[in-house]
Design a protein around this ligand. Structure first.
Ligand code: KIV
Ligand code: ZN
Length: 517
């Protein structure tokens, strides 16, 4: 029988983190996982432990600290992967190992050069090993929607016999169409004889913009779990968006007759947190969480909404956690008020972190009368975490104009040490970055620079997100200030500090050289 309650499996921290340029530090992952627990998802896929030490550490930290949802770690059907997943997951209240192997002809032939029988044997061995360690085991035949149906049914049945407690059918390359994917899920549910012993899950990618539609079609056809990400982030065009699937189920309960356990009033907060920590803005017209999702521009609409919001709103902004009362703090707000508001936004601060944030908050509140949640989020994502500043910005001075060579003087402090450098550049930001490069002395290339006004008005806080390349790895840096040059400097310095915090050493001959903006 299909389930009435659809389980929500969030993979923002695993598939979502595979979005180009979206790398999170271990403590940022924990912050997001704690918020996902408040959102009341049923499972959090926290990472792929064998892939790097940072992935392993992230899963271990989340497994040890986050309570409520099952904590899931990904593994190929390889002993070392499964053992690493288990080692990272052991501390979880409800651990789950998620093993996968590709089953489409193109993947089996080109990636593995293996026959169906060999792949089936790998799947069975992987599931058995995982199940010998862990009570909950999920199995995914990767690229299911391009897999021969007979083989798919056979491998699913074998995986359940080997001990899989969930079977996940991924549309790995976003190839399926809703009617087709729905029919596939119905076939799996009806034709796999032991399917009643496992939860049937789906995982849809968005290459043709069908991820949510495919996920919902799967629910109509008996899927009991959906794998989704906040804001739809994920590999390439992303994954099915959590908020869209959840709100479709809620708003169209008349049609689906199913519900999720998600606390929808946490959706907005979760979306902003993920966007801000991953440095991936949400498009304004994005369903549910976009800035315009509840904005009415035309006079006719505005008039009707004032008379009865239901004329043009099929959900209320309150249901997704958009409060009309968005003004939070100002220059007279105390440390306690700031701490409470940040806790409501999902941040639990250590006293030393609160000191740093409070100082930065006062600087912003001095220049700006009203400090909004968005300002605080920008500040938090720029100022906390392992980035605990190694180099701190002390002072900068910029000389710029249309007939002047842009020049920057920057003073940084590290403990008792204070260093000053000056440099010229193509523009004021470039000049400042050149000065920073001279002090910090890391071989980095600037890959991406993004500036946005966090809130409206001319006193708005500007948030800068940069991505820099260092020894083959991309690092994110964020900075926020009412002064865009200061925000730019802080963002670049934040990226340099992250590199240093991860143990990198100064420039070597032959490394990438600094780029200009
Ligand atoms: O898209 C995919 O197939 C995956 C699997 C690992 C589930 O992410
Ligand atoms: Zn995926």
């Amino acid at each position: 029988m299909p389930q009435e309650r659809i389980l929500v499996f969030d993979t923002t921290l695993r598939d979502g983190e595979q979005s180009p340029g979206a790398s999170l530090t271990v403590s940022e992952k924990l912050t997001i996982a704690e918020q996902l627990a408040r959102l009341k998802v049923d499972a959090i896929e926290a990472g792929f432990p064998v892939s790097s030490q940072a992935q392993f550490d992230g899963v271990r930290l989340i497994a040890g600290q986050v309570r409520g949802p099952a904590i899931v770690a990904l593994a190929r059907c390889i002993d070392g992967d499964i053992d690493a997943a288990w080692a990272a997951l052991k501390g979880a209240e409800r651990p789950r190992i998620h093993v996968f192997v590709a089953t489409s002809r193109i993947h089996m032939e080109k990636k593995f050069r293996k026959s169906e029988e060999e792949i089936l044997a790998m799947a069975v061995a992987g599931v058995r090993r995982a199940r010998s360690l862990c009570q909950e085991v999920e199995f995914s035949p990767e690229d299911s929607s391009r897999t021969g149906v007979d083989f798919l049914l056979r491998i699913v049945e074998a995986a359940i016999d080997a001990g899989a407690t969930s079977i996940n059918i991924p549309d790995t390359v976003g190839f399926a169409m809703p009617e087709q994917f729905g029919a596939l899920i119905r076939t799996v549910r009806e034709k796999v004889p032991n399917m009643g012993r496992a939860v049937l899950s789906v995982h849809c990618h968005n290459d043709l913009g069908m991820a949510v539609a495919n996920t919902l079609a799967a629910i109509r056809n008996g899927a009991g779990q959906v794998e989704v990400t906040v804001n739809g982030v994920g590999e390439r065009a992303g994954n099915a968006s959590l908020e869209e699937v959840v709100m479709a189920l809620k708003t169209r309960a008349d049609f689906y007759g199913k519900s999720s356990g998600v606390e929808t009033r946490e959706i907005m907060r979760t979306s902003r947190l993920v966007s801000s920590l991953m440095g991936i803005p949400v498009q304004p017209n994005k369903a549910i969480v976009g800035a315009n999702a509840f904005a009415h521009e035309s006079g006719i609409h505005q008039d009707a909404v004032i008379k009865d919001a239901a004329t043009y709103e099929i959900m209320t902004p309150q249901e997704v956690g958009l409060s009309s009362n968005a003004i939070v703090l100002g220059r007279h707000s105390g440390r306690h008020g700031l701490k409470n508001r940040l806790a409501e936004l999902g941040y639990a601060l250590q006293p030393a972190e609160l000191d740093v944030i409070y100082q930065r908050f006062l600087e912003i509140a001095d220049r700006k009368k009203e400090v909004f949640d968005e300002d605080l989020l920008a500040l938090m994502s720029a100022e906390t975490g392992e980035t605990a500043e190694i180099w701190k910005l002390d002072y900068f001075h910029i000389l710029s104009g249309n007939k002047t060579v842009p020049t920057a003087t920057v003073v940084l402090r590290r403990g008792e040490e204070s260093l000053q450098e000056a440099a010229v550049g193509d523009g004021p930001v470039d000049a400042a970055y050149n000065a920073l490069n001279r002090i910090v002395d890391l071989a980095v290339t600037l890959q991406d620079y993004n500036l946005r006004g966090v809130t409206g008005g001319k006193e708005a806080v500007g948030e800068v997100v940069v991505r820099v390349r260092h020894q083959g790895t991309t690092w994110l840096g964020r900075g926020a200030s009412t002064d865009v040059i200061e925000a730019s400097i802080r963002a670049y310095l934040n990226a340099l500090n992250r590199i240093l915090a991860a143990g990198s050493s100064p420039a070597r001959p032959g490394d990438d050289q600094g780029d200009s903006l």
